[in-house]
Design a protein around this ligand. Structure first.
Ligand SMILES: Nc1ncnc2c1ncn2[C@@H]1O[C@H](COP(=O)(O)OP(=O)(O)OP(=O)(O)O)[C@@H](O)[C@H]1O
Ligand SMILES: [Mg+2]
Length: 413
């Protein structure tokens, strides 16, 4: 972080306005997360720009009165020493995870003052500390402060404060008790049981609402890094998007940005963006389609350990998604008996629409939310109609009225 100090000075002098000049020369790729098999994209040239927008709470179409975007970030500024104290000196036991920016620690602050509190008192927060080797960290830190620091929405993680003291860059977020969706989908063990279908739908709807809000704001925000590891879950499995390090305002005049520096994550980034650098709001919809596919199949977007033709999930799954008889081959085995085939087919059709090669033919995130809500309510309606003794997982009501252990050809098929 050799040139961080001057970049921070420039940032402060401009009243928290990110300056391309301040970030020039800090444009290498983020380090690939150790847990993810999806690598970071980083074809470099010019730095992306960021201009804070005016106050907006979404366009006329936005029927979500909950979210809002402030004119300037409303955040608590911490000293490095305060965050050191909140995390017990960045003790290894407090590490929650690690990504391209650096390690994330658990910390404790006073609920009212937000000052560091004594161990295990007050509220928990997550403190992200920039790894000095992260050459692009300053730019991402600025983006996080400028975007997330101004936005409030139930499906976007809350940024509470930051520190840029002592040449160290840190971010303080609300604590998300259940961690990332990536862990729940792909890790196994006592803590990570397979997510039931109903919970997957709830998480997808929450994440879709978060994206829809960003897209509907006055100056659209393109999130640019939609993936399972950036969807965090609170104690009730409410989904919130985190990581606005790559976020960008939508194009002013035309339909797309042309970026010479392609950023994002392999496996999730839209094909038009990877091949031409054209970035659309609909590029986010493609990323959503990939996560939807991961949720349906329980498989990672990219996994080099799979057979060659299955390494890239989208390429392999596309023909299965469009064939109602083959769809069951793709569905996560752990979901058996939890969904009806009609709901699975609707989810598959929605996935295909999101993954359309032509961004214009992808649905808007508002349409995606509506489609998912329909799938969810049809599943709920179905549960309500079913006799009580068949609602237990794995049990189905046979035509004669006696319960039978579920199998692939029973419940709802
Ligand atoms: N607010 C939070 N509350 C609880 N845990 C968090 C929070 N933010 C991050 N984490 C944990 O830290 C891990 C690392 O997060 P981070 O966003 O730095 O990296 P990543 O998303 O895995 O990778 P990338 O850098 O590619 O985005 C997450 O997977 C999650 O387990
Ligand atoms: Mg992340």
């Amino acid at each position: 972080m050799g040139n961080c100090a001057s970049a921070i000075d420039a940032f402060v002098q401009r009243g928290n306005r990110a300056s391309p000049a301040a970030t020039a020369g800090m444009s290498a790729s983020r380090r690939t997360s150790s847990s993810a098999t999806t690598g970071k994209l980083s074809t470099l040239s010019s730095a992306s720009t960021f201009m804070p927008s005016t106050v907006s709470g979404g366009d006329d179409d936005d029927d979500d009165p909950v979210g809002q975007i402030l004119e300037s970030p409303n955040l608590k500024i911490y000293t490095f020493a305060e965050l050191k104290s909140a995390t017990r000196n960045f003790r290894p036991e407090t590490v929650l995870g690690e990504g391209g920016f650096g390690k994330v620690y658990k910390g404790w602050v006073d609920e009212k003052t937000m000052n560091p509190s004594k161990a295990s008192t007050g509220v928990m927060v997550a403190v992200k500390k920039l790894n000095p080797e992260s050459v692009q960290g300053m730019e991402q830190w600025q983006s996080e402060v400028n975007f997330l620091g101004r936005i409030s929405h139930p499906n976007l993680v809350r940024l509470l404060g930051y520190s840029m003291d002592d040449n160290e860059l840190l971010l303080v977020y609300e604590f998300m008790a259940k961690g990332s969706l990536e862990n729940h989908l792909f890790r196994r063990g006592a803590v990570y049981e397979p997510l039931p279908w109903s919970l997957r739908l709830k998480i997808l709807i929450g994440a879709a609402r978060g994206l829809a809000f960003l897209h509907s704001s006055e100056r659209q925000i393109i999130y640019r890094d939609f993936k399972a590891s950036n969807i965090l879950l609170d104690s009730h499995f409410n989904a919130k998007l985190s990581d606005f390090g790559l976020a960008k305002h939508g194009p002013d005049g035309g339909e797309s940005h042309v970026t010479t520096r392609v950023m994002g994550t392999y496996g999730y980034a839209a094909p038009e963006y990877v091949s031409t650098g054209h970035l659309y709001v609909k590029s986010d919809v493609y990323g959503f389609g990939v996560v939807l596919l991961e949720m349906i199949s329980g498989l990672r977007a990219l996994d080099p350990s799979r057979e060659r033709e299955k390494v890239n999930l989208v390429n392999w799954a596309r023909p299965l998604l469009s064939d109602r008889r083959k769809l069951s081959q793709l569905m996560d085995g752990g979901l058996e008996g939890q969904y009806n085939p009609k709901a699975a087919l609707l989810a598959a059709q929605l996935t295909l629409r999101c993954l359309n090669g032509d961004p214009k033919r992808r649905p808007s995130m508002k349409e995606v939310v509506e489609a998912l809500e329909k799938i969810e309510s049809s599943a709920k309606g179905r549960m309500a109609r079913e006799p009580r003794n068949s609602s237990r997982r794995g049990l189905v009501q046979s035509p004669r009225g006696d319960s039978a252990r579920n199998n692939s050809s029973s419940r709802g098929r």
